[in-house]
Unconditional design. Structure first.
Length: 357
């Protein structure tokens, strides 16, 4: 048996851990693993790939990025915006299938987020033996309690907040940190709580900056002159909506700039010196945390098990400390968003964090 693996979409800490898990488990079964470069693009004839042996994966567990390369653009993009799905042209699917047939690939492991797994589902429905592995720092995929990469991103946010707090305390300033999270506020919420933010603004909870300013003024009056504000890139500025940058990422608009807008308005409303920092791709870079290394490795091993059992059309899933699988279509039907009345949000409010509502 020979199986293929590709990393699709944006890079994410833990991708190499998945490769490590797939190659290790496949080798135990006496299988050969072919790694396709740059996501699905590597499938286009003549095929851009490399054979992956256990020797090739020595030391990669701790590396960020991916030794295979990845892309969220190209011929296979199935997402054209939030909730929109584009059909991958049949001609492209047929050309890529010719590569799989020529290389006698018996199963293909697709590691990706919502968009890439939407593509994977189309390929499965076209008759391909596909298994999915959920990847995104945003942690917004349905049917899995967690994606790998999220824990590493949150760790970077917490480190950023710890550093910003130094200036906030020394200068009695408000420091605003813009973090990733297109549709979901998981990174902002987890990072903000763990990093000691006073205010957390997320896409799922409409916010009022007058209320945030009143909250900061009240803190000031109580002697807490420093405030950390975390805002997700996909949160909506009151009366303006989502703040975007020029260009696009994988067919979707590029987000960015809300941190500066929030900081400017809060300075006007509070009279306090307020500064904004955008964490950007620092959240996707660097070494994965130990949790993501282990989760990624387990996901890779489970993906090989699904291939062995010919359970195609399924996606590896993390459920209550246990790695299992679900149908890919359960994962891509809708995004997993923060529930405004969930226990986590209520806990944040209970310890005095302002969510802007
Ligand atoms: O989906 C993951 C993500 O990191 C989003 O949070 C962000 O909006 C997007 O990718 C950025 O993509 P790119 O690197 O293509 O700009």
């Amino acid at each position: 048996m020979r199986i293929g693996i590709l990393n699709s979409g944006g890079d994410c800490p833990g991708l190499n851990a998945v490769i490590h898990g797939v190659v290790g488990a496949a080798h135990q079964l006496g299988w050969e693993v072919i790694g396709f470069r740059d996501g699905f693009e590597g499938l286009l004839p003549p095929g851009d790939f490399r054979i992956l042996t256990p020797t090739d994966t020595i030391g990669i567990l701790k590396l960020g990025g991916t030794i295979l390369g990845c892309t969220n653009k190209g011929h296979f993009a199935a997402k054209v915006g939030s909730g929109d799905v584009a059909e991958v042209p049949k001609e492209i699917i047929d050309r890529a299938k010719a590569t799989l047939d020529r290389l006698e690939i018996g199963a293909l492991v697709v590691v990706g987020g919502d968009g890439s797994l939407t593509t994977a589902l189309q390929l499965y429905r076209a008759g391909w033996p596909v298994v999915g592995v959920p990847k995104t720092i945003d942690n917004d995929l349905c049917a899995t309690a967690m994606t790998f990469g999220f824990d590493s991103a949150v760790t970077t946010v917490v480190d950023g907040l710890d550093r910003l707090n130094t200036t906030a305390e020394s200068h009695k300033r408000v420091m605003v940190l813009e973090v990733m999270g297109r549709h979901a506020g998981w990174i902002a919420l987890w990072g903000g709580i763990a990093g000691g933010a006073s205010v957390i603004l997320i896409p799922e909870i409409p916010f009022d900056l007058e209320k945030v300013a009143a909250f900061i003024r009240q803190r000031d009056a109580q002697g807490h002159h420093a405030s950390l504000v975390v805002v997700a890139e996909g949160a909506k500025m009151p009366d303006e909506g989502i703040v975007t940058l020029a260009g696009n990422c994988g067919g979707e608009v590029r987000l960015g700039g809300i941190g500066e807008r929030v900081a400017k308005r809060l300075q006007e409303l509070t009279g306090k010196e307020t500064r904004a920092t955008t964490l950007g791709h620092l959240q996707r870079g660097g070494s994965p945390t130990s949790f993501d290394r282990i989760l990624g490795m387990r996901f890779g091993v489970m993906a090989v098990k699904l291939c062995e059992e010919k359970q195609f059309g399924r996606m590896v899933s993390y459920q209550a400390y246990h790695v299992d699988s679900v149908l890919i279509e359960e994962a891509v039907n809708q995004l997993r968003l923060v529930e405004p009345d969930s226990e986590l949000v209520l806990a944040a409010k209970a310890v005095g964090i302002c969510m802007g509502d």
